[in-house]
Design a protein around this ligand. Structure first.
Ligand SMILES: [Zn+2]
Ligand SMILES: [Zn+2]
Length: 174
C-alpha cells in the first residue's frame, strides 16, 4: 500500500465501507482482507457496530470547510485511539499504527480508519475526501487524481449531470 499521504488503507477502507450496502460478516471479510486489515473475521454484531461507527466518518467526505474536517477527525481519533506508533513489521516500510485501548476488532479497524483519515487531511488535504456532486448520489471517494478536481463517483454520474445541464441550457428561454 503506497498511498501514504492519503493515509494508507484506513482512508480507502472508510470510503469502501461508506459505499457498502451489505454489512454481513462474509462481505466485510473480503473488504477487510483487500485493505490488508489484520482484523477481518467479525461477528454479525461486530459488523453492525462497524457499520454504525463508520457513519461518523461520512461527514468528512465532501465537507468543504477544513476546520470542520479537523474537528470531525479529531473526534474520531479521540473515540478510538490511545496513541500512535511507527511500525516496520513483516519487512514493511515504516508506517503508522494506531493503538487502541482494547483488542476489540471493531475498535482496531475504527482506529485504522480514524488514523488514516487524519493523515489524509494533513498530508493529501481534506479536499481529497470527496462526495459525488450528483445530488442524489451518496457515493464517497478518495480523490487520487493528479489535479485533485474529481467531482463525481463515476462517468455515469458525470454524464447524467452534464446531460441535464445541457438540456437546461437548450430549453427555449421564456
Ligand atoms: Zn502495519
Ligand atoms: Zn455518483
Amino acid at each position: 500500500m503506497h498511498f501514504n499521504h492519503y493515509g494508507g488503507s484506513g482512508t480507502f477502507l472508510a470510503a469502501d465501507l461508506l459505499n457498502c450496502a451489505d454489512f454481513t460478516p462474509a462481505v466485510l471479510r473480503d473488504l477487510l482482507t483487500s485493505h490488508e486489515m489484520a482484523s477481518r473475521n467479525l461477528t454479525t454484531a461486530q459488523s453492525a457496530a462497524l457499520a454504525t461507527w463508520v457513519e461518523g466518518a461520512r461527514p468528512l467526505f465532501g465537507e468543504p470547510d477544513v476546520t470542520r474536517q479537523v474537528t470531525l477527525v479529531n473526534a474520531l481519533l479521540t473515540a478510538v485511539t490511545t496513541s500512535v506508533r511507527v511500525s516496520m513489521h513483516d519487512g514493511n516500510a515504516p508506517h503508522l499504527h494506531y493503538i487502541t485501548g482494547t483488542d476489540d476488532p471493531v475498535e482496531r479497524i475504527s482506529a485504522a480508519i480514524a488514523g488514516g483519515l487524519a493523515v489524509a487531511v494533513c498530508g493529501a488535504g481534506g479536499g481529497r475526501l470527496g462526495r459525488c456532486s450528483r445530488l442524489d448520489c451518496p457515493i464517497v471517494y478518495v480523490d487520487t487524481s493528479r489535479n485533485g478536481r474529481r467531482r463525481f463517483c463515476s462517468t455515469a454520474c458525470a454524464n447524467r449531470v452534464n446531460v441535464a445541464a445541457h438540456r437546461a441550457r437548450s430549453l427555449p428561454r421564456p
